[in-house]
Design a protein around this ligand. Structure first.
Ligand SMILES: *Cc1c(COP(=O)(O)O)cnc(C)c1O
Length: 377
């Protein structure tokens, strides 16, 4: 492979911090997680954050905190990673898909409005590829109907749109530190919110509903703990948090480099007529750079890029077209035409700070070659 699809940015200082943490007595949830939570909330400028095992768990715990479950409906965009829907399905609620904007791939507020009924309890807004969804419109809809607004912010820690940042307008936002995300510890996630009760409640839910964490139970004089509610086992460990602290400090510089690369891609693709989702205004977290071919050529272009040694992915095929959703909910093709079309046309290119100039040039050359004979409508 000439150009890996993804390379993480864990550096020697991060590794030293991880090793130091391994030498502490309790390597589960402790002071390092607490420090990360504090710094993450400060970066986002929200009231609090809770470290968990994954974004999927983070979203699930927020929905559980709101007592969403069987008989309830949760609105989810059809163009996203499947976890935006499974975090709702795991509660027993029914995911109700809505179509997306054809220029950005983001959840379409008018489609959300049309899907709301008396069973609707929440909207999952996905900040697809790093660009925030239209949070002001979605907040107004959620308020008008008295329902919750959960941000699936797995792609977007650093974004801004209309002055809105992740976690600031949603009732809660969930984040991912999975292996390919902008900052990563292999697996990990967080909940962030301005609702301090939700922060306290999901903190209980992430660890068995126990009112004292391991750090408090072991490091101070012994205290009896109690179980307040039926919780889960989803707590982030100090090992995970120790890898994230340094990356969070470097997060702006890492974004700056991805922004540069994304702009290089965009400049070149505009010239040769390659379509890509637009970043309308504000700042994208630039998590994923995807190009949109046409449905007849996508798999050929994808194979040619791979043949040239370029790592590629598909983010994503429309979720309701995946077999589980077809078999469980009876979705048919044609129900979400825009999301399905994007899902049939999309190819994700490498986008990470350690990409070298000659690798960027290789990606551009390879796309340009694969684009002949002309691909497009
Ligand atoms: C990666 C991702 C998730 C899931 O994150 P995990 O931490 O792996 O649970 C959820 N939603 C979107 C949009 C993602 O890209």
């Amino acid at each position: 492979m000439k150009v890996d699809f993804y390379r993480h940015n864990i550096d020697d200082a991060d590794i030293r911090r991880l090793v130091e943490t391994i030498h502490t007595p309790f390597i589960t949830t402790g002071l390092v997680v607490a420090e990360f939570e504090q710094r993450f909330a400060a970066y986002l400028d929200v009231a609090g954050a809770v470290g968990v095992m994954s974004c999927t768990q983070a979203g699930f715990l927020a929905l559980k905190y709101w007592h969403i479950g069987p008989g309830d409906e949760v609105i989810v965009p059809a163009m996203t990673f499947l976890a935006s829907a499974t975090m709702a399905a795991h509660t027993g609620a029914t995911p109700v898909f809505v179509d997306v904007d054809p220029k950005t791939g983001l959840i379409d507020p008018s489609a959300v409005e049309a899907a709301i009924n008396s069973r609707t309890r929440a909207i999952v807004a996905v900040h697809l590829y790093g660009q925030l969804a239209d949070m002001r419109a979605l907040r107004a809809i959620a308020d008008r109907h008295g329902i919750r607004l959960l941000e699936d912010s797995a792609h977007c820690i650093e974004g801004v749109r209309d002055g809105v940042t992740p976690g600031s307008l949603g009732d809660a936002a969930c984040f991912s530190f999975y292996a390919t995300k902008n900052i990563t510890c292999g697996e990990g996630g967080a909940i962030a919110s301005n609702d301090v009760d939700l922060i306290a409640g999901t903190r209980l839910l992430r660890l068995h509903g126990m009112d004292k964490g391991a750090a408090e139970r072991y490091t101070k004089t012994y205290q009896h703990w109690d179980m307040i509610m039926l919780g889960y086992k989803a707590n982030m460990t100090d090992l995970q948090a120790s890898m994230l602290l340094g990356q969070l400090e470097r997060i702006e510089a890492l974004l700056e480099r991805r922004e540069e690369i994304a702009q290089t891609y965009e400049r070149q693709f505009r010239q040769i007529g390659v379509e890509f989702p637009i970043v309308s205004d504000g700042r994208s977290a630039r998590h994923v750079f995807t190009i949109w071919t046409d449905a007849d050529h996508r798999d050929r272009v994808l194979r040619e890029l791979q043949g040239d040694g370029i790592g590629v992915a598909v983010n994503y095929r429309a979720v309701p077209t995946l077999r589980y959703f077809v078999e469980t909910y009876g979705f048919r093709r044609g129900q979400f035409p825009i999301a399905e079309s994007i899902g049939d046309r999309t190819i994700t290119l490498p986008l990470y700070p350690s990409l070298r100039e000659e690798q960027i040039a290789q990606v551009l050359d390879s796309v340009e070659r694969a684009w002949q004979p002309p691909v497009g409508p």
